[in-house]
Design a protein around this ligand. Structure first.
Ligand code: FDP
Length: 336
């Protein structure tokens, strides 16, 4: 038998140079991993337990909720109820933050907020497509209240971020400022096992991922960018389209094989360009992962991690992936 790769908890205990102290990191990522295991199990069985389809409710963004959106959100609500030092949970599925007063620390130990999209790509639930969970961790200000005011800073303030991908295998990817590490869930031992350490994203890639059916709704810069990527004049304009419909799954391909995921702003009747993805718990966390792996994330005009949100559910356009393709997107965006 060869040498066994470390399991997630052993790996976390041994981490040095991360932004969060190892003890806090271990607790928070450990809880996310537990959520990932529970969610992976529920998704796998949902078609035989009646767990698919719509719940009949709408979320804070006015989108129809799937039963699994609600179920996965409840997993985070209950798992973080007793997870010192996390004292606030912000979720795509909840209008206001959930505050756990007893987990607040003010003097001896930092407290944190976790921001999540519990089920990314939920249009894929009923067709057995890839899904994800995205998370971001931010340190709370020393005298914070139960609201989220102190958390409305740029994504560069994140102290950890990552995602769980529910595909043919369940994988957990995280960063806490010391590179990006990737774990695969081994159902035989019910543990996440280290697969790749300090992943580097290729500086350019062969793929772009976008809902191209929306092309006529985008601003001209994004339309021209996609025309350029597919103009097939030479190697640098001959990209292949891959689109899963789940940000996590499409980003994961960029991380491993290079390329770019984009969700440009759609131009509304009043001439304003509005994104779909949420800045604080979708774009910023994957932006941190991208940068830690040598890639980039931009809103088309500048670095995603420098955008200061005005509210927790704010949306943003996003161009994320290999440095070459994101720089190209910014050039086209600058022209229109
Ligand atoms: P979903 O609404 O299904 O949760 O951010 C949400 C997201 O999925 C991304 O995961 C995905 O890439 C995108 O929206 C899909 O949107 P379109 O249906 O417009 O392609």
């Amino acid at each position: 038998m060869g040498q066994q790769a470390p399991i997630l908890s052993d790996h976390l205990h041994s981490r040095k140079k991360t932004i969060m102290p190892a003890a806090d990191l271990t607790q928070v990522i450990g809880r996310v991993a537990l959520a990932g295991k529970l969610i992976a199990g529920e998704i796998a069985r949902a078609s035989i337990t009646g767990g698919l389809g719509y719940s009949g409710d709408t979320n804070v963004q006015g989108e129809e909720q799937k039963k699994l959106d609600d179920w996965t959100n409840q997993v985070f609500v209950s798992l973080f109820e007793n997870c010192e030092p996390v004292c606030s949970l912000i979720s795509e599925e909840m209008e206001t933050p959930r505050h756990y007063e007893r987990s607040c620390h003010s003097r001896d130990r930092a407290s944190y907020a976790i921001l999540v999209d519990p089920l990314d790509g939920s249009s894929n639930t009923d067709v057995n497509g890839s899904l994800g969970t995205i998370f971001s961790v931010r340190k709370r200000a020393p005298r914070h209240g139960s609201d989220a005011k102190d958390l409305l800073g740029p994504g560069s303030q994140q102290v950890a971020a990552g995602y769980v991908l529910y595909g043919p295998a369940t994988q957990l990817i995280y960063t806490s400022g010391a590179g990006v590490d990737m774990f695969t869930f081994d159902p035989q031992i019910a543990e996440f096992v280290l697969w790749k350490e300090n992943i580097r994203m290729p500086p350019r890639g062969p793929y772009y991922s976008v809902n191209q059916g929306n092309i006529t709704k985008w601003h001209p810069g994004a339309q021209n960018l996609v025309r350029h990527l597919t103009s097939r004049k030479d190697k640098t304009t001959s990209y292949s389209l891959r689109y899963c419909g789940a940000f996590v799954a499409d980003f994961h391909r960029c991380l491993l094989e290079g390329g770019m995921y984009l969700y440009p702003g759609e131009v509304s009747a009043d001439g304003k360009s509005k994104g779909k993805l949420r800045l604080m718990y979708e774009c910023a966390p994957l932006g941190m992962v991208a940068e830690q792996a040598g890639g980039r994330a931009s809103n088309g005009k500048g670095r995603t991690l420098e955008v200061t949100p005005k509210e927790i559910h704010e949306r943003a356009p996003v161009y994320i992936g290999s440095a070459t393709e994101v720089a190209m997107a910014e050039e086209f965006r600058a022209e229109g």
